[in-house]
Design a protein around this ligand. Structure first.
Ligand code: TRP
Length: 452
């Protein structure tokens, strides 16, 4: 088994910003812009936002550091990183389960992620081609219903997104994405700021949206909300499935892991909060429901674009940039499984990527048909999309995070982690107490209450 990771032929990234860019590119995506507002809306706003911020600080940041440190220490793809460490330490081979679960989680998440990213492409196209011009807010809502009830249209855009994912993944991150991301991520941020300006100045409901997000109604702090907040924290930081372990493998030795982890978490959280501050004032201004579910972002923003001067252009740019943010996340979702296929089979990178993307595309049809109503299968009152989302975010990722934290805290040598993290003794001990005790206990409590 070679330590060469297929992402790039060089062993480390040339530039110290690249890791930050790649990790932020993985973290910032549909989870921030699409999922965060609608889940916050469903769980009553402030209570959820508070729980989410606690989960990011208490569990997210320590785990982000642990995953990156394991990757950088071994400089292997996730499954081999864990195998090498268990061999070195004489620990159980069962730990490689972490790698397997990560591949499965990435596979399943991307299958529905691509469908939603497809909606974004579809909206970009419809807005710029004048498809929404002159519509009332009700008609904008109906138009969303029209998209999700059409299997054909969703399959078209889901396929388009998977082809883009394939094209970039097959070329490798270096050639494909690195350059692009350096322009796109700031562009996305600039556009979010423009939309934030709109929400602040034009909706007349900014304070109401702000209050909805930040005033905590403690009666809404339920077990279910805690589970959702934990799942969202893992999802949004790309944690629990070794994606950052894979990226950490290329991080230059002189980069500070704690500082980078803090930056990634801060940028990611900022993006989510800004998205919420954009969406909720618009929701209130146009008489929409915060708890509308997965269509929330699409309906609310489109309602605003219809009323904005140059809304066609802004709307087009916005949804294209959301799709690009999704693309940089999608790549990190394929990477662990792809790395494994390349190590284990004689397939070329192109062929392995085609097989993997085709399989993910196929599973994604389940989500398309669940939305369109052609696939009526439900379990515990959840359709295929809800089940996948629930199983991955609320069970697989936390379980992966739990195992990673135990592995990093109790199995790997203290000195190894100390070297990688480069913290002062006091800060290191704090991190270690978090990763050994606080993270596992919190995750375990939530996972157990989720399952039973
Ligand atoms: N974090 C991304 C988002 O918020 C999604 C994502 C990319 C992800 N890679 C991941 C989620 C790995 C979980 C695990 O959109």
């Amino acid at each position: 088994m070679s330590g060469q990771n297929p992402v790039t032929s060089t062993k480390t990234w040339a530039n110290r910003w690249t890791f930050l860019l790649a990790a932020a590119g993985s973290a910032i995506g549909l989870g921030n812009i699409w999922k965060f507002p609608y889940i916050a809306g469903q769980y009553g706003g402030g209570a959820f936002v508070m729980l989410y911020l606690i989960c990011i600080a208490v569990m997210g940041i320590p785990l982000l550091m642990a995953e990156t440190a394991i990757g950088r220490h071994t400089r292997h793809s996730p499954l081999n990183a864990i195998r090498q460490l268990t061999n070195e330490l004489g620990a159980s081979k069962l730990w490689s389960m972490i790698g397997w679960m990560g591949m499965l989680a990435g596979f399943l998440i991307l299958s529905f992620y691509s469908v939603i990213a497809g909606w974004s492409l579809s909206y970009a196209w419809q807005i710029v081609s004048g498809g929404f011009t002159g519509m009332t807010t009700d008609q904008v809502g109906d138009a969303f219903g029209g998209l999700v009830s059409s299997a054909d249209r969703q399959i078209f855009w889901h396929s388009a997104f998977m082809i883009l994912t394939f094209a970039i993944t097959a070329r490798g991150i270096h050639k494909g994405l690195e350059k692009g991301l350096q322009v796109m991520m700031p562009a996305l941020f600039a556009l979010l700021l423009i939309m934030l300006g709109y929400s602040m100045l034009e909706t007349g409901q900014f304070m109401r949206g702000f209050e909805f997000m930040f005033s905590v109604d403690f009666s809404k702090v339920t077990g279910e909300a805690v589970t959702a907040a934990l799942g969202q924290a893992f999802f949004t930081l790309s944690l629990g499935m070794c994606a950052l372990m894979a990226y950490g493998a290329y991080m230059p030795a002189n980069n500070s892991i704690p500082r980078t982890a803090l930056n990634v978490a801060a940028l990611d959280t900022l993006m989510a909060i800004v998205s919420g501050l954009i969406v909720f004032p618009i929701v209130f201004a146009y008489g929409l429901e915060p708890s509308a579910g997965p269509g929330l972002l699409f309906v609310s923003l489109t309602a605003a674009f219809v009323h904005m001067p140059m809304g066609e252009i802004f709307g087009f740019l916005f949804f294209v940039l959301v799709a690009i943010a999704a693309l940089s996340s999608a790549i990190s979702l394929v990477e662990p499984a792809l790395a494994w296929l390349l190590e284990r089979t004689p397939l070329s990178r192109t062929v392995a990527t085609i097989i993997l993307c085709a399989a993910i595309w196929f599973v994604g049809l389940g989500t398309v048909f669940a939305f369109s109503g052609d696939f009526t299968f439900t379990l515990f009152g959840k359709n295929f999309f809800d089940l996948l989302d629930y199983f991955t975010s609320n069970i697989l990722l936390p379980l992966g995070g739990l195992l990673i934290s135990i592995f990093a805290g109790w199995v790997i040598k203290r000195s190894t982690m100390m070297n990688e993290l480069g913290l002062s003794v006091g800060m290191f001990n704090l991190w270690r107490a978090m990763i050994r005790v606080v993270v596992p206990v919190c995750v375990l409590v939530v996972v157990i209450t989720t399952i039973f």
